[in-house]
Design a protein around this ligand. Sequence first.
Ligand code: SAM
Ligand code: SF4
Ligand code: SF4
Length: 384
Amino acid sequence: MTDRYIPIIDQRKASSSAEVAQLIQQGKLTVNDKVVDRLSRPFRDLRISVTDRCNFRCSYCMPKSVFDRDYAYLPQKDLLRFEEITTIAAAATRLGVKKIRITGGEPLLRKNLEVLIAQLSELRTTHGEPLDLTLTTNASLLKRKAQSLKDAGLKRLTISLDAMDDAIFRQMNDMDFPVSDVLQGIDTALAVGFEDIKVNMVVKRGTNESQIVPMAAHFRGSGVALRFIEYMDVGASNGWRMDEVLPSSEVLALLQTRWKLKALPAKSVGETAKRYGYLNDRGDLDPNLGEVGFISSVTQAFCGDCNRARLSTDGRLFSCLFATDGANIRDLVRDASTEDIDTLAHHLAHLWQGRSDQYSALRQAGVLPAGNAKQRIEMSYIGG
Ligand code: SAM
Ligand code: SF4
Ligand code: SF4
């Protein structure tokens, strides 16, 4: 029988609820954008998974052997409703969150997603500015949805594409989905006015490294920024092996055999990608040629300024991509005594202040807790 990996039930809610109520009463818990975790990192980025389902079966994320017909996806009643997501997001903005990424599973499978986007686009940062609202998608439904997403207030898009070669891509998504449909999705998104589009390519040694140069050649000068992602040991079902990770340094070296590239300064603290711009024949950075980025979670951990948390489809808050449990926020937002934005914000502040995650940095230093790999939750559930 195939192993089943189920989210670990979090037990912290009961004690922390009483504790937080007491701290609020005593005026000992502050809510503002100065709140930091135990490693002095602020909370700036919230990723929200709106479904644990997907129409692809990428082997590095939802392999068919595990995510088969019998897989126990979350029942509808367990999913956070849009109003609940927006209330939690509003509470997070009180702590300084200014970026929200909608993800999944495949987020465009969630019915009426535009309604949620419209709600989130009404939120403001502590400085009164609109949020940086973005969405990650496999683009299978993008051609149909790009216009309505834009109309609803979505600002940016990240699209996953692992190969230009149709056979390799069909094999990687394992649902025989063609590259041409993803490219049409990107074209439609550009046509309806999305100006900031990124393409994520997960690079797996032995699977799609032959696609690094063709992908870069396709997107160079197209107005779309390509980012290479190191294959990560996320979740517990992809059978991750270090020898299948192609370090970003090797990807960069390969690109440099063909083009001249120059490192670009980070745009903001906590940025996950190291960016490089293309130089023209005169040796000058040429913005028209665009840029590439490298997300090197395995070989160059960036936990030091990680300001992200993830809200799972069923409302658990995970303070690290590699966490084994999450705090049950759904119960709080469904309870009349804790459902208001202010109380929720205090709960989030309490959770954030207790955060000390730095999984990738520890793994890089060779000091991971034993047994963690078998318990980690899946990326499709927690959101990428
Ligand atoms: N289904 C959407 C998609 O693929 O864009 C959104 C969810 S997916 C989990 C988010 C991102 O995580 C994708 O860009 C995907 O390539 C990346 N991802 C999933 N599993 C990964 C792994 N093991 N290593 C690195 N990136 C991974
Ligand atoms: Fe689906 Fe995205 Fe995971 Fe691929 S990476 S299986 S498209 S959730
Ligand atoms: Fe952040 Fe955890 Fe990733 Fe480190 S491993 S960057 S703490 S999500």
